[in-house]
Design a protein. Structure first.
Length: 505
């Protein structure tokens, strides 16, 4: 191909880095790239504003169950957090403020959904097709997050339901729930926040609980004006608060990863949380989990049990199986006529749709490469997908601490990756060796064997279709920080562009 033709073919915009998504991961990556002196990058966002899962999840009662001073960037402390566990509007506003404070707006392309990206081995770059045209990038940072694509189970009869249906992450704020008969499906982290928020408003709620969750009291309180003043005037006090919150969680990790038997002690707190509000012994029994606490995410709420003790709430200890007309039917045969069905049924985590849109060096998609389960090196890079990195990828999830810590660890890795690429020069890319991915995952899975997530006697979204835990990090956040401090070039092969034919010149 003549040089001129090649130039024409590549008239589309080219950037050093394309970041996909503008939640915590994407905005964090953008800040980090700028700090590394890289300004030639874009952030592609499919929605109309930044914020990721904290933009999409606006359901009543939505808040974070990790304390705000820990669930925020270390490089962007917010002395103004109003509560110990701040609500979604404040977290979303925080992310908007990060975009402004760090000068990220010029990089952000809203309403740019990534439709497909393909590795171009000749040019050593990614060709990225978006809903608003094509661009190319040397490096892709996929920060689409595990909680971005809502999951609605395939329930026979759902199509024919004449009432209102929506998912917790796609709340219809124009729909008035006042006086309605509601079927709430699921009892995960989202549902247990929704139930107390809407229970006083609705005529009747039928709550479909397939598996009882462990729910612990939530020690939420307003952060006083004096505390906020102190954090503003003496930033070290905010850092100390963060350090304390981090430290106690690090100390708890061993019980989850090595000694799940010790977690039995805190099951007592969960049982007394039920007993405090639920007087009916039969309902108490239905609400008491039958697996080790921690196996599924431990939920925090001081209002969930009081809400379901109210006379307008029925707990059906069974999954939703079918819908007949406007009647929802549980697996145990219980029926209820309803006006609205709200799915609090979680997200596509181990089968994330973005994986279908990434075509690597061997011409296969990431979903195909991951057909037997997600696998990456250090939660970041995948063999056969050069210069492609994901933020909070496989085995980076946490059971008891802040994902922002994990994101920041991966940003360190990204920064070093970019440094290594610069040293190698413009005509090189890095492709992680399959052997390095294999070795890393063998170590992760070996450690996983003893953890509560694998031994606790439950099924959860932490496990994939093959029963393998590809989501959780089986260690402390400190260990992950150490493992992602820098890129070990020995774990990568350096890919160079093929030498061009003479007549090409
Ligand atoms: P989730 O934890 O995946 O829970 C989904 C729920 O739907 C489970 O209770 C599941 O039951 C149930 N379910 C699925 N199909 C069902 C059916 N046919 N009938 C009845 N129930 C059914 O989803 P989520 O609550 O949206 O939470 C997802 C994640 O988001 C959380 O784990 C957490 O990481 C995050 N989150 C965090 C916060 C926070 O405060 N930081 C708040 C909300 C969400 P089974 O248990 O039987 O599978």
């Amino acid at each position: 191909m003549a040089e001129q033709e090649r130039e024409q073919e590549h008239e589309c915009e080219h950037v050093r880095v394309a970041v996909i998504g503008s939640g915590f991961g994407g905005l964090g990556a953008a800040v980090r790239l700028r700090r590394e002196g890289i300004t030639d990058f874009v952030v592609l966002e499919r929605a109309e504003s930044v914020g990721g899962t904290w933009r999409d999840n606006s359901y009543p009662g939505c808040a974070c169950d990790v304390p705000s001073h820990l669930y925020s960037f270390s490089f962007a402390p917010n002395p103004e957090w109003p509560r110990t566990f701040s609500g979604q509007p404040h977290i979303r506003a925080y992310l908007e403020s990060v975009a402004d404070t760090f000068g990220l707006r010029p990089h952000i392309r809203l309403k740019h959904e990534v439709l497909m990206m393909r590795w171009d081995a000749d040019e050593l770059r990614w060709e990225i097709e978006t809903s608003q045209g094509t661009l190319t990038a040397d490096v892709v940072v996929s920060a689409t997050g595990p909680l971005s694509d809502p999951k609605v189970p395939e329930i026979p009869g759902l199509e024919g339901f004449e009432g209102k249906v929506f998912h917790s992450a796609q709340w219809d704020h124009d729909y008035d729930l006042t006086g309605k008969r509601v079927a709430m499906i699921g009892t995960g982290a989202s549902a247990i926040q929704i139930v107390p928020a809407i229970q006083p408003q609705v005529a009747k709620m039928t709550l479909f609980q397939r598996t009882a969750p462990w729910v612990m009291p939530r020690m939420d309180r307003k952060i006083s004006g004096a505390e906020r003043w102190l954090h503003e005037k003496v930033p070290a006090t905010g850092a100390a608060r963060r350090g304390f919150l981090w430290g106690i969680r690090e100390l708890q990790v061993g019980a989850f990863t090595k000694h799940p038997d010790r977690l039995g002690l805190i099951e007592r707190i969960g049982r007394s949380n039920i007993a405090r509000s639920i007087k009916d012994p039969a309902l108490r029994a239905r609400l008491t989990p039958t697996y080790r606490i921690g196996c599924k995410r431990i939920l925090l709420s001081s209002t969930y049990y009081p809400a379901i003790a109210k006379p307008n709430v029925d707990v059906v200890a069974s999954g939703l199986k079918e819908i007949r007309g406007n009647v929802v039917v549980a697996a145990d045969g219980t029926e209820a006529e309803v006006d609205v069905i709200i799915f609090g049924t979680g997200f596509h985590v181990t089968d994330m749709p973005i994986a279908d849109r990434v075509v690597g060096a061997d011409g296969i998609t990431l979903a195909e490469a991951w057909k037997d389960g997600m696998e990456s090196l250090r939660g970041a890079t995948a063999a056969g997908f050069p210069n492609w990195m994901t933020i909070i990828g496989p085995n980076t999830g946490l059971g008891n601490s802040s994902m922002i810590l994990m994101i920041e660890s991966q940003l360190n890795y990204l920064a070093d990756y970019m440094r290594q690429l610069n040293v190698l020069g413009g005509s090189a890319a890095l492709n992680v060796r399959a052997s390095a991915v294999g070795a890393w995952n063998r170590r992760v899975q070996e450690r996983m064997k003893r953890t509560v997530w694998n031994t606790g006697g439950c099924t959860s979204w932490y496990l994939d279709a093959n029963g393998r835990n590809t989501t959780i990090w089986p260690g402390t956040t400190g260990e992950f920080r150490a493992a992602t401090r820098e890129v070990n070039l020995g774990e990568y092969e350096v890919v160079r562009a093929p030498v061009r034919e003479k007549e090409d010149a």
